[in-house]
Ligand binder design. Structure first.
Ligand code: ATP
Length: 264
């Protein structure tokens, strides 16, 4: 594996007015690996996710993907090789499940494909190719039987799978998952665990996965490496076991518990 492969953040800083949300964050997310980003409330996890998605422009630092400078823009992520799922699911209510997944691959079609999906004249060949690929993904995730359903009629856990299928439809080099386990029950989480564990092996084992997640067991069982943020800084990086044993991490979380206890 090339030293520069995958996602690299170097010295990323983000300020919101006088508030330093991220301060010199450096991390690596190599191909074929799952990187977890954890930290107490307000640590900067969502801000970091938003930086990589292009929703937030860093005030300092650099981002590279496979050694090339990355200037993420939310509407160009798929073309840049980045797939993402958001907190919640964010599916289009007016489209069927399979159409939602097809939207994920629309950058590979001729211009205007997305609007074609919405009822305008379209390229039949493009649509067939993208629909077949979307159906394959739905089958792989075990939800093909829901292809024609409206997302709103499906249970939350299934909608989460649809949003992952949509992110995968772009065949991303880098997959960003924002709190995928949020709102799921124990059985659903263990099913999702199996699904996410298989993601880095996709497309020849070249997919990098970055996971921002509150659910500690989910992170610890899945991730090859974990980065811990606290007050916008990286306070620990290492294997799940190393991070679990790090006194600075325990202190950050304990402080957070005491603080929230004080507020209650
Ligand atoms: N758009 C914004 N404007 C001003 N401050 C912001 C903005 N977004 C985040 N912040 C602040 O930046 C800090 C980091 O917030 P962020 O949401 O990234 O943390 P987090 O680790 O994702 O927290 P949580 O676990 O509660 O979701 C917090 O102090 C937050 O209040």
């Amino acid at each position: 594996m090339n030293q520069q492969s995958g996602l690299a953040l170097d010295g990323i800083g983000v300020r919101f007015g006088g508030l330093v949300a991220l301060d010199g964050v450096t991390l690596r997310c190599p191909p074929g690996r799952i990187l977890g980003v954890i930290g107490p409330n307000g640590a900067g996890k969502t801000t970091l996710f938003n930086v990589v998605c292009g929703f937030v422009r860093p005030t300092s630092g650099t981002i590279t993907l496979d050694g090339r400078p990355l200037r993420p823009r939310p509407h160009r992520l798929a073309a840049l090789g980045i797939g993402r799922t958001l907190q919640g699911v964010g599916l289009f209510a007016g489209l069927s499940v399979v159409e939602n997944v097809m939207i994920g691959a629309s950058h590979t079609a001729r211009a205007g494909f997305a609007s074609a999906l919405l009822g305008l004249p379209r390229s039949d060949r493009d649509e067939r190719r993208i629909r077949d690929a979307a159906m394959e993904l739905l089958a792989e995730l075990g939800i093909a039987e829901h292809a024609d359903a409206s997302p709103g009629t499906l249970p939350y856990a299934l909608r989460k799978k649809v949003s992952i299928a949509r992110a995968l439809a772009a065949k991303p080099r880098l997959l960003l998952l924002d709190e995928p386990a949020g709102g799921l029950g124990a059985d659903e989480i263990s099913e999702l665990q199996q699904l996410v564990a298989g993601l880095p092996a996709r497309d020849g084992g070249e997919t990098s996965v970055m996971l921002v997640e509150h659910h500690m067991d989910f992170v610890m069982s899945l991730c090859d490496e974990v980065v811990v943020l606290d007050f916008g800084r990286v306070i620990a990086t290492g294997s799940p076991q190393q991070v679990r044993d790090d006194p600075a991490v325990a202190e950050a979380y304990l402080g957070a518990v005491v603080e929230s206890g004080d507020q209650a």
